[in-house]
Design a protein around this ligand. Structure first.
Ligand SMILES: *Cc1c(COP(=O)(O)O)cnc(C)c1O
Length: 396
């Protein structure tokens, strides 16, 4: 085993299995859930000191909570950041991060295929407060160079994007942003902190939908913001988190703590299963193309290998057919792949892009053929047999 790999394993174990889990009350091994809305003080002075500095005290669980804070420490360490804030959902992480960096009159550049609710926040919400935006494809650094204005304050990335899997060159964008005094935020949900650490490449803030792999069991909705610098998270705690109230529940934080213990075991299995199935799909007659960044034939494969240590279980492929009825037959013939939104759990899912359109509404051809799958932790040969059966049914 190489020294780098050995160090990475040690780091993961220190964070996931040891950090903050020693000397628990009664010799407990699993950390307690502090299901308490308030925390009391021994006297007037202690009460006064706490109120003067809420970010570093337990006062009220809309601010800090010990179970939530332990979860934040681990997520910050995993992302190589100085601090993190856990919030009630991935979109709460996105909106809180955006609000903390923008004010009326500013301009934001956002990747055009980013998560649709992130786009909604920018197009519909921020524009109401006089914040301008430009959407760019983001595959070429020129896209960003040309979009920068004197009032640009934020560049918002998602690499890879989670339906079309387009990457941005994180080091290039971070260095361009720095020369213009622009903050960079990235949605790192797809790669997880195990396979991509954007803060090491110069990005300022990382957001995650912890609903996906960090939760990993399709049983919670949660989000996290990780900052390269603690001061950014303290600022966001005071200015957005306390007043807007995207408060995480202590039990939800505890479920994340529990599920994080297997992150390093789950991710390599998602990766191996997804890569095997992506390669198998590439060889199928019914398939036009496969959009998986870790596939050697993928157009941004070199960049993917440079920025990420692995791939997760989510990818799309394009069928040759443009017939919605065939896509329906394919979808309905799958047994192990559940028909559902979201991803990141133990189970495999299928999401045909055509389901986005209302019944009877014409579906653009490039949407008919686009199928997104999440490859779970099941036996990969069983999943391949399931797909094979569905392809047969589709052509009947
Ligand atoms: C699901 C998702 C989100 C939103 O997260 P929620 O937990 O559903 O609020 C944000 N970004 C990406 C890439 C996602 O897949």
């Amino acid at each position: 085993m190489g020294e780098n790999k050995k160090e990475a394993f040690r780091e993961t174990t220190d964070i996931l299995h040891h950090m903050g889990e020693h000397d628990l009350p009664f010799g407990a091994v699993s950390p307690p859930i502090f299901q308490s809305s308030i925390f009391s003080f021994k006297d007037f002075d202690a009460f006064q000191d706490a109120l003067a500095d809420e970010p570093s005290h337990f006062i009220y669980s809309r601010g800090n909570n010990p179970t939530v804070n332990l979860c934040e420490e681990k997520l910050a360490a995993l992302e190589h950041g100085e601090a993190a804030k856990l919030v009630s959902s991935g979109v709460a992480a996105i909106s809180t991060a955006l609000f903390s960096c923008l004010k009326g009159g500013d301009h934001i550049i956002m990747v055009q295929d980013s998560y649709d609710w992130a786009q909604y926040i920018v197009r519909t919400y921020l524009s109401r407060y006089g914040i301008e935006h430009t959407f760019v494809e983001g595959k070429d650094i020129k896209d960003f160079e040309e979009a920068i204005r004197p009032n640009t304050r934020v560049i918002y990335l998602e690499s890879p994007t989670s339906f079309t899997f387009k990457l941005q060159n994180l080091r290039q964008v971070a260095s361009l942003a720095k020369t213009h005094g622009i903050k960079t935020i990235i949605d790192n949900t797809w790669a997880t902190p195990l396979f991509q650490n954007p803060l090491d490449m110069g990005i300022d803030l990382v957001v995650h939908s912890a609903t996906k792999y960090i939760g990993g069991n399709s049983d919670i909705v949660a989000g996290v913001i990780v900052g390269k610098r603690k001061e950014d998270i303290v600022h966001l705690f005071q200015m957005e988190f306390l007043p807007l109230g995207p408060t995480p529940d202590p039990f939800m934080a505890w479920l994340i703590l529990r599920n994080l213990r297997t992150l390093h075991i789950r991710m390599p299995v998602h990766y191996d299963n997804a890569l095997t199935i992506a390669k198998w799909l590439e060889g199928r007659n019914e398939v036009e193309s496969v959009l998986y960044p870790m596939l050697p034939s993928y157009e941004q494969y070199e960049l993917a290998r440079k920025q990420m240590q692995g791939g997760s279980g989510l990818f799309s492929f394009r069928l040759k057919t443009r017939d919605v009825e065939k896509v329906k037959r394919f979808t309905n013939s799958l047994y192990y792949f559940k028909k559902a939104v979201s991803w990141g759990g133990y189970e495999s899912l299928v999401f045909p892009a055509a389901t986005h359109f209302k019944k009877g509404e014409p579906v653009p051809e490039d949407r008919v053929s686009l199928i997104r799958v999440h490859i779970g932790l099941e036996d990969k040969n069983t999943l391949i047999e399931d797909l094979e059966k569905a392809f047969k049914a589709m052509e009947e």
